[in-house]
Design a protein around this ligand. Structure first.
Ligand SMILES: [Zn+2]
Length: 357
């Protein structure tokens, strides 16, 4: 099964850029920073000690994860490092036989390095172009712009504006349509007052962007989830707690089923952030029993030392899925990408050549 999951062509639809940065790339950035800065060797040591030594198997709280994100943000505080991480992340997904990747990130700025949100986004897009236009590359990469629910509303409007401005940035694959395909609402789930973002998300929809929203990562957010689902998002991230309290959430569950909103499922992430007690109680089984569309994703492959192949292996061993069932999940993900029918057709053709045996 391990070889099968690695060899199988795959689609990754829930991958945060910063959380996907591998330890090798972090080492590369630390060395680069040490070479270009005279004053920060202590900071490097501190960064490694507090953020980068979190190994698989360690329990991480959600707060730990967001601390680690902040360390990676510090290391990616200039345009060049943003370019490096994006290119590395794409190459690592491609090496794992991922054929189509939707990366997500929120544009960032840094006054010390003169990085603006606009230059940040350009660095990401240039890295997408350079990583995908080489002859050996078989991966198609699209971008989703993240709105951080912990940040002010003004930033969300700025992000939408940038998404519109850069949506058709030339990444050398004109036949594949726009490079920016959607918006996502994410960030620390304990922050409240997400209603304020609804007009931005509505405006994004009106501008023909697709929407994916992190919902129900922690318990007790049913009202928030109801409001966000009323936007009719095209996909949902996690939806962890709906099935643990089905009586309180029955109307939400029904809406997801009736509207056929696919769920982005991130097993290792949910386990390591302790938003589920153990894998056997993971909500994937609940939704599979209802024959609902579930897409296996990594969330933050660098943070949790995982890969999309490993997530499929985990799904198959935990829920006793056959090769046919695993392959069916991978292939069906094509139908839920945010790109055009033309791109879907290309992927269907590519996936049709894989022999499931
Ligand atoms: Zn996520």
């Amino acid at each position: 099964m391990e070889k099968f999951c690695r060899d199988m062509p795959k689609i990754e639809l829930h991958a945060h850029l910063n959380g996907s940065v591998s330890e090798q790339t972090i080492e590369k950035l630390l060395k680069r920073r040490a070479a270009t800065s005279s004053s920060s060797s202590e900071q490097h040591g501190e960064a490694v000690a507090t953020g980068c030594n979190i190994k698989p198997g360690n329990d991480l709280s959600l707060d730990d994860c967001f601390k680690k994100f902040s360390i990676i943000h510090q290391l990616c505080s200039d345009d060049e490092s943003v370019y490096i991480i994006t290119k590395d992340v794409i190459q690592e997904f491609a090496a794992d036989n991922v054929k189509y990747l939707e990366l997500r990130t929120g544009p960032k700025c840094n006054s010390t390095s003169n990085m603006t949100k606009s230059s940040y986004l350009k660095s990401v897009l240039q890295a997408i172009r350079d990583a995908t236009t080489v002859k050996t590359s078989e991966i198609i990469v699209k971008l989703i712009i993240s709105i951080d629910r912990a940040k002010p509303l003004q930033e969300a409007w700025e992000n939408l504006q940038l998404a519109k401005q850069f949506r058709n940035f030339d990444v050398g694959r004109e036949d594949m349509g726009d490079v920016i395909v959607g918006l996502d609402l994410s960030g620390h789930p304990s922050t409240t007052d997400v209603e304020k973002f609804i007009p931005v998300l509505q405006a994004a929809r009106e501008s023909s962007f697709k929407l994916t929203i992190h919902v129900s990562e922690i318990a007790g957010r049913e009202d928030e989830c109801r409001k966000l689902i009323s936007l009719r998002p095209h996909r949902l991230g996690h939806a962890t707690n709906l099935s643990t309290h089905p009586n309180q959430c029955i109307d939400i569950i029904q809406k997801i089923l009736i509207q056929n909103i696919p769920l982005e499922i991130c097993l290792t992430s949910n386990l390591m952030t302790s938003t589920i007690a153990d894998l056997s109680s993971h909500h994937l089984q609940y939704w599979l029993d209802k024959k609902h569309q579930c897409i296996i994703c990594t969330d933050d492959k660098g943070m949790f030392s995982t890969s999309l192949s490993k997530e499929f292996i985990l799904a198959s061993t935990t829920f006793n899925l056959s090769k046919e069932e695993v392959w069916s999940m991978s292939r069906n993900a094509v139908e839920h990408i945010f790109s055009s029918e033309h791109v879907k057709e290309q992927l269907r053709t590519m996936f049709a050549t894989f022999i499931c045996d």
